[in-house]
Ligand binder design. Structure first.
Ligand code: SF4
Length: 354
């Protein structure tokens, strides 16, 4: 790891001033992603501003029935909060499906919003990677792409967004609050993450000196009946091959409201607006769910299982289909469709029994 200067910030003002005074400085919260990246030589900040002591650790009920979640709330606390569990179970489930207990005890909500891809070439400084080294090329294109995205990719980058929590948030339409020396601004979560396009190294719409201070969830009654389903190579401590965050409200056999977001398949947390539009007002049947899933994945682009190289870093030793199936990601398209259908079917079944 390269030497770096360390600043401990006692309050938000000091933190944002310190970062604005030190170009290239990074905020350090739980450190579960940044420290790994620094160890691998992918991130090389000259200055690290420790924000772990800032008073951003509360989960507060808002007058309209929503929730305000401080950026330094630990993931384990978020998942255990009674209001989160009852009003937004999909969010609690998504967090519990991510990482390990130890990591969830350290990782923060703000850090989770900004965690970086787990594309193996991004972490390998000997590999070509446009996200780490703009203009260098992308070794994933003809290499191991099992973990890569099939929606929202570009000719420059096919990396998948890694966060489970962000998939649930994408379905819930929260607002993100950020602070800098220029003041506070708030914007929809849907505007936070960028698609890679020709500039995959620019991952969010945040300025470099902006600190995430909170996420605010709106009141959303359908979210009380929601679920997060994750398909992965191991039962725990593995990133999603495909995940689905869904909330479903059925009245008289018809879909009255639905929220649907996908993980493991998108270059950013993927809100399935096309599928939602088809589902609203449709019969709550497997046929409708299948049609919506097919529409959402119609633009998906997968890579052949024969183009990729076998790779022991994948953690995919249990993958079906032998050596070739480990390398490509085209299997995610049908797996994604089926996971959408299974998740909605389960929510519909539960709703009819309630
Ligand atoms: Fe880098 Fe993106 Fe290519 Fe992975 S897919 S090597 S992150 S440019």
């Amino acid at each position: 790891m390269r030497p770096f200067a360390y600043v401990s910030a006692p309050d938000v003002e000091t933190a944002v001033e310190a970062v604005s005074e030190h170009p290239g400085a990074k905020f350090l919260g739980g450190g579960t992603n940044l420290v790994d990246l620094m160890r691998e030589g992918v991130e090389r900040p000259v200055t690290v501003v420790d924000i772990s002591r800032l008073p951003l650790t509360e989960i507060e009920e808002l007058p309209d029935g929503g929730l305000r979640i401080g950026a330094l709330v630990r993931n384990s606390r978020l998942a255990a909060d009674p209001l989160v569990r009852s009003r937004y179970p999909v969010l609690a489930q998504s967090v519990l499906n991510g990482a390990s207990g130890q990591l969830r005890n350290m990782a923060t909500v703000g850090g989770n919003l900004l965690q970086r891809t787990r594309c193996p070439y991004f972490y390998d400084t000997a590999a070509r990677c446009n996200k780490r080294d703009p203009g260098a090329g992308c070794d994933a294109m003809e290499g191991f792409s099992r973990s890569a995205a099939v929606l929202g990719t570009s000719e420059s980058c096919i990396a998948a967004h890694p966060s489970d929590m962000c998939v649930a948030l994408a379905a819930l339409d929260p607002v993100v609050e950020v602070r800098s020396v220029r003041g506070t601004r708030r914007f929809p979560f849907a505007e936070l993450h960028r698609l890679p396009g020709a500039t995959p190294h620019i991952e969010t719409r945040l300025d470099e000196d902006e600190l995430v201070t909170a996420v605010e969830l709106p009141p959303l009654p359908p979210a009380a009946h929601s679920r997060y389903r994750k398909v992965r190579d191991r039962a725990s401590y593995a990133f999603a091959l495909v995940s689905v965050a869904a909330a479903l409200e059925v009245r008289d056999g018809t879909v009255a409201d639905v929220r649907l977001a996908l993980g493991g398949v998108g270059a950013k947390p993927w809100r399935a607006h096309g599928a939602e539009a088809l589902l609203r007002g449709a019969p709550a049947t497997e046929e409708s769910f299948r049609r919506a899933a097919e529409a959402e994945f119609a633009a998906a682009v997968g890579r052949s299982s024969r183009t990729g190289m076998p790779d022991s870093r994948s953690g995919a030793e249990s993958a079906p289909g032998g050596q070739g199936a480990r390398a490509g990601n085209e299997f995610k398209i049908e797996l994604g469709r089926r996971t959408v259908v299974a998740t909605l079917r389960r929510l519909a079944d539960e709703g009819s029994k309630a």
